[in-house]
Design a protein around this ligand. Structure first.
Ligand code: GDP
Ligand code: MG
Length: 747
């Protein structure tokens, strides 16, 4: 099967094109570095199927970043039958820089001028026939987003791959040409493949090439010695880059006719950036935007209109829809959807309960409490998870998230954290696993390690049920606060913990330089419905699959070991504390005393400890475990599963006497402790050795204890705050002192 590789700058639309060609639903992100690994799919509309490989986004073929090395080695070593060089045509000249480098490889190339819709909207025109003549490779105008020109692109690529192609360079500088020509002849003598490409890279004294062709390097040195006068300076890399830009400006730029002749037009995007990336207001605006999202997703008092409207504004009293739209205030869209889900799951649970009313106790117990109690407690959250992710995806797709990376880079660079590290962190809001894999874009090993460690603190979708169920119960049981405020606050605590932890590591065990962060800010654009729908569909599918496999299995196991004792005798609900689970729970319970849900809780207190432990399998288990156990305690499933675990947690509060600060500590503990199995495995995969990994586990446990105990103690006695502040200040002073001493010693 023929193989075509997609290569281009970050954000040029490679993944969009890849999805369009292969029907895949890979993640499209409006920021650089989303695709780290190469990804494969198949295009089926030609006479034969074609394998398509989506390479990571790159600006050049120099080995500066891991992406560049991956893409370069792929093209050179794996020899695709054709390279589809996709470029952002709204940024023609800059994108062609990479093209001039790929041209040097002996491989058929087709140039895809992407984003033609945007070019045309501006009123600009590109003469693709002329550009094709000047480049010597086929040029096709496309819009990956709108799906225009894709089949034509593939036809031209197919033709090109039949013909084959020899590399050629655009460098016209005489002295350089001379040098490159000589090296090329020498390399050809050695039977090296891709002599033109390697010759140019050797002339640049590219790190990788120098290692590969040790003998030929001498030739470059000798050349420099003899031609000192002709060449200005000895930074050959800069000379070559300059030669490329000169060629682009001279031959390729004229194929672009701009409607607006002035070079710098202030676009609406620039105007928006004046405000959104403002030095002082940038971060506060981000925090407000984030709060707005939580409000829209979780609030039961939409826009705080409750105060203005009289009770029972929407009178659905007595109907199944009571509570869906809210009373007192109006529910936010997220809560309305959740309410609808409750109606659905509640109806199913009722029906099943009636159906099983005559069967043996353990059968109805296992099915109603074990299976339905657990699964419905989780499914109840699906609507809100999707609403939250819809908003996150809109932020990302519109280009705003890339700005956040930029703003945070500016603020935190001096603390050893670059904007590049924020991109994977923000991805962590979705799921830690891809986020950790994405840290491969970080060039500095130490920065990468620090980032992998804190990614779980960016609370993922699976942790959302813990947040909403517990905060919902806090509001319902203690009658304080708003769900949106509590969840928002906990998300912030997670983020702040992450930032502190990174800074601390970068000051102590993981010291190192912070590589510069160069990123093009993509212009804002309206999010694509197709994109959003696909992302949400993926998310929903993943969540439902997980609910019916790993979580279903876990809830059944939890139910069984909470209803049998060590001699496998069935125990009724009231004797749960004598069960296997009860035994284990009471054994580990003391460990959780410093964070509020240990020995200070009465007989059933171990349920929180057990729930946190089951979260190590999948974080959804935390709430489903509480759901299953609460269903047993209450002796009926009917009222529990239908409100996404809120009443399950309420029942637990009633039965254990857990305090409000301890509940907040419980959330914080689950957010910052060892993540689920899948994330732990992903983290291990990104670490060089076992020792680093073990320290990472220690780090997660320590962090969760520190954060959760701080919340518990400060919440219980506010003056404990001063102790924590004092300890924090002392830590900073000690670290500063040690670092200062070390620096003076080195001198
Ligand atoms: P990659 O980094 O090269 O994989 O780029 P992506 O496929 O993730 O796309 C980057 C951004 O460009 C996304 O926001 C896309 O929606 C947008 N985009 C991709 N193709 C087009 C296009 O043809 N026209 C326009 N206007 N935007 C596009
Ligand atoms: Mg991509």
């Amino acid at each position: 099967m023929h193989r075509f590789a997609l290569a281009g700058n970050p954000n040029s639309g490679k993944t969009t094109l890849f999805n369009g060609l292969t029907g895949s639903t890979a993640h499209v992100g409006n920021w650089p570095g989303v695709t780290v690994d190469k990804r494969e799919g198949v295009y089926k509309k030609l006479s034969e199927p074609i394998a398509i490989v989506d390479l990571p986004g790159i600006y050049s073929l120099s080995p500066y970043t891991p992406e560049e090395v991956i893409a370069r080695n792929y093209i050179l070593d794996e020899k695709p039958d054709c390279v589809i060089n996709i470029i952002d045509a709204t940024n023609l000249e800059r994108n062609l820089y990479l093209t001039t480098q790929i041209l040097e490889i002996d491989v058929p190339i087709v140039l895809a001028l992407n984003m033609m819709d945007a070019v045309e909207k501006r009123g600009d025109y590109i003469d693709e026939k002329e550009l094709e003549k000047r480049l010597g490779i086929p040029v096709v105008k496309i819009s990956a987003l709108k799906g225009v020109g894709l089949d034509k692109l593939m036809e031209r690529a197919h033709e090109a791959c039949e013909k084959g192609r020899k590399g050629k360079t655009v460098i016209e500088d005489l002295a350089l040409q001379h040098l490159i020509g000589d090296i090329k002849i020498a390399l050809e003598g050695q039977g090296v493949h891709n002599p033109t490409f390697h010759a140019v890279k050797l002339a640049e004294l590219d790190e990788l090439e120098v290692l590969m062709h040790k003998d030929t390097v001498n030739m470059v040195e000798a050349f420099k010695e003899t031609h000192k006068d002709e060449i200005f300076g000895d930074d050959f890399e800069a000379l070559v880059a300059d030669a490329r830009y000169k060629y682009i400006t001279k031959y390729f730029s004229p194929t672009l006719k701009r409607k607006n002749k002035e070079k710098f037009i202030v676009t609406p995007s620039d105007k928006a950036d004046k405000i959104l990336t403002h030095k002082i207001w940038g971060i506060p605006i981000f925090l407000v935007v984030l709060f707005a999202i939580f409000h829209l997703t979780f609030s039961e008092n939409f826009l705080f209109l409750g105060g203005f409207l009289s009770e029972g504004w929407v009178s659905l009293e007595g109907t199944a829809f009571e509570g869906v739209f809210g009373s007192g205030g109006i529910n936010s869209p997220g809560v309305i959807l959740m309410g609808l889900m409750e109606v659905l799951t509640g109806t199913i649970a009722d029906a099943v309960g009636v159906w099983l009313s005559t069967s043996p106790e353990w059968v109805s117990g296992l099915i109603c409490d074990g299976v339905l109690g657990g699964i419905f407690a989780i499914l109840g959250f699906l609507p809100q998870i999707l609403v939250l992710f819809l908003f996150f995806s809109i932020l990302e797709d519109s280009g705003y998230m890339a700005r956040i990376a930029f703003i945070l880079d500016r603020a935190l660079r001096k603390f050893g954290l670059s904007g590049r590290a924020f991109l994977p962190m923000i991805m962590g809001f979705g799921c830690s696993v891809p986020a950790m894999i994405n840290t491969r874009t970080l060039a500095d090993e130490k920065e990468k390690l620090a980032t992998v460690r804190v990614i779980p603190f960016f609370s993922c979708g699976a942790k959302l049920p813990i947040l909403t169920a517990v905060s919902g119960a806090i509001v319902a049981y203690f009658g304080v606060g708003n769900v949106d405020l509590i969840t928002y606050g906990m998300y912030l605590i997670g983020m702040i913990t992450a930032l502190f932890a990174v800074v601390l590591m970068r000051e102590t065990t993981l010291k190192g330089d912070t590589p510069p962060f160069i990123m093009e800010l993509p212009s804002y654009h309206a999010p694509q419905i197709r994109n959003l729908v696909m992302l949400l569909w993926d998310k929903a599918k993943h969540f439902i699959e997980k609910a019916f496999t790993i979580i279903l299995a876990s809830t059944i196991i939890i139910w069984v070991i909470s209803h049998f004792n060590f001699s496998w005798k069935y125990l009724p609900d009231e004797l749960m504390h004598e069960s296997i689970l009860g035994g284990i729970g009471q054994l580990i319970q003391p460990l959780f005393t410093p964070i509020g849900f240990g020995v200070q809780l009465n007989g059933m207190g171990w349920v929180f400890a057990v729930a946190a432990i089951t979260g190590l399998i999948a974080k959804e288990n935390v709430v489903s475990t509480l759901g299953t156990l609460a269903a047993c305690l209450l002796g009926s499933v009917v009222n529990i599963e239908s409100d996404g675990g809120i009443s399950a947690v309420s029942i637990m509060i009633q039965n254990t006497g857990i305090t409000l600060p301890a509940l907040l500590a419980f959330i914080a503990f689950n957010m910052t402790t060892i993540p689920c199995f899948a994330a732990v495995a992903a983290a291990k995969g990104e670490m060089a050795n076992k020792k680093t990994f073990n320290w990472t586990l220690v780090f997660w446990i320590a962090t969760s204890y520190i954060v959760a105990s701080a919340i518990y103690f400060i919440g219980t006695a506010w003056w404990a705050m001063f102790i924590y502040i004092a300890v924090a200040i002392l830590t900073v002073i000690v670290i500063r002192y040690i670092n200062a001493k070390r620096v003076s010693k080195e001198k």
